[in-house]
Design a protein around this ligand. Structure first.
Ligand code: SF4
Length: 449
């Protein structure tokens, strides 16, 4: 630890917005800063450095980022404010002009953010900026074509659960999506690197790893490896009892991956697959790389080899071009699938996306109604999945104890389970229990012990 560093003996506050990838990145950054003598702030402590890891998935996400920056500036006057992430990449110049912002780091430079903070903090302490900018923050920006670096990240969620970033960026350019412009093209580390990170997580007490990425199934573009090879290699890591794949494009979810998961040691019968629309007309407008026939075949394949599997499906409502009849087609298609839950998102217009060329715009009220209908359908499907397993025995990985609250855990097939108060179950342990009925909030099943 360099005691002469401008970071030494400082306190840092963090705000993270957006997806699990951002959370994994912030968590790794927090550990790296702590190793340099810059500890995270405790409650009510004043920060010397504040870092915002931003998201730009919707206009609302952009507004939340700006709000977080204003709040940090207000609550930590004088703190060095650094901003990174998707919104920083897309709107860095605007953010750099915001009051209190010292540094904005685009995607290619985020792996160097600690060194950049150190350098500019030192310059600020010496009363001079490191460059000639006399007002506003300094913006390190690289155009999309130059975003090539993979920043490794592995974060701890619950005490035993880790989120491991296995891939970043995307080459698909779906018409509604801003991610390729915000995070760059698809890239990944080697399988050997990821196996090492999984071994380190196991050594630190991790038992479950969630594989995260932007387009995970596209793993291997950088290294010439495949996602299937990664799955097989991780399955052999001792000490990790469970893996979950956070989300995988249906066209990249191959039958060999599904069949392997069905007989693997540690990959759970749990899939999360983005459908986005159940209408073939809308899928074409979105430039997705599959149709509803392919999607249905993947769902059927999963259920054929893992009848107990939980399947979560992403859907976007109100995209441009989603006419009433297309939404009705989509609703009927989704209703007919043997899936367990929907993650419903409302379409948000993003500057620079091709979807803006589609003339048909869905009214906000219609979007809300469609969203409500799908959320109600999702709730029916989730409860039906839970109900099927009442009376059966399933393995549960329990979380850590929260004072005065019941112990909670997840089954292999992603059913939330609540232990009765006072039950003889050790936190952070894996045990097989018989599932009883729904708890009071109907969000979990009660364990019969
Ligand atoms: S595959 Fe996903 S991340 Fe890639 S462009 Fe399409 S929606 Fe965006």
């Amino acid at each position: 630890m360099n005691k002469n560093s401008s970071l030494y003996n400082k306190k840092a506050a963090f705000v993270t917005l957006g997806c699990k990838l951002n959370y994994a990145e912030t968590s790794t950054l927090r550990d790296r800063l702590a190793a340099r003598g810059c500890a995270p702030t405790q409650e009510d402590e004043r920060a010397d450095i504040a870092i915002v890891n931003t998201c730009s998935v919707t206009g609302e996400a952009d507004a939340k980022c700006r709000h977080a920056i204003h709040r940090l500036h207000r609550e930590h006057p004088g703190a060095f404010i650094a901003v990174m992430g998707c919104y920083a990449q897309l709107s860095g110049e605007h953010i750099a002009k915001m009051e209190g912002v010292d540094l904005v780091v685009g995607q290619e430079s985020k792996g160097r953010i600690i060194e950049l903070i150190e350098e500019h903090l030192e310059a600020r302490q010496m009363g001079a900026r490191a460059d000639s900018t006399s007002h506003g923050g300094i913006f390190y920006h690289s155009p999309l074509k130059d975003i090539k670096t993979f920043v490794p990240s592995c974060s701890r969620g619950e005490r035993t659960r880790y989120f491991l970033k296995v891939q970043d960026g995307c080459n698909y350019f779906c018409t509604y999506c801003t991610i390729p412009a915000a995070r760059g093209l698809s890239r990944n580390p080697t399988i050997a690197d990821l196996v090492r990170q999984a071994e380190e997580a196991a050594a630190a007490g991790g038992r479950e790893i969630v594989l995260t990425g932007v387009n995970i199934g596209d793993f291997g573009r950088t290294t010439g490896e495949t996602f299937f090879q990664l799955v097989q290699a991780l399955d052999r890591v001792e000490g990790i009892d469970r893996y979950r794949i956070s989300s995988i494009e249906p066209n990249l979810l191959t039958d060999e991956i599904i069949e392997y998961c069905a007989q693997s040691r540690a990959f759970m019968p749990h899939f999360h697959v983005p459908l986005q629309s159940g209408s073939d007309d809308v899928l074409v407008l979105m430039r997705r790389r599959y149709d509803t026939t392919l999607f249905r075949s993947k769902m059927e394949k999963i259920k054929a080899v893992m009848p107990n599997a939980f399947i979560g499906v992403d859907v976007i409502v109100g995209t441009r071009g989603e006419r009433d009849e297309f939404f009705e087609d989509a609703y009927r298609f989704i209703e007919s699938l043997d899936i367990s839950q929907l993650h419903v998102f409302s379409y948000s217009e993003r500057p620079g996306t091709k979807a803006l060329d589609i003339p048909y715009v869905v009214a906000p009220q219609t979007k809300r109604e469609r969203s409500q209908r799908l959320l109600a359908l999702s709730e029916e499907k989730r409860k039906a999945h839970y109900r099927r397993f009442i009376g059966e025995e399933r393995p549960v990985l329990w979380e850590h104890l929260r004072e005065g609250k019941p112990l909670l855990g997840w089954t292999d097939n992603y059913i939330r389970v609540e232990a009765p108060l006072g039950a003889d179950i050790a936190p952070d342990s894996l045990s097989t229990v018989r599932l009883g009925g729904f708890n009071e909030s109907e969000e979990a099943l009660m364990a019969l012990t």
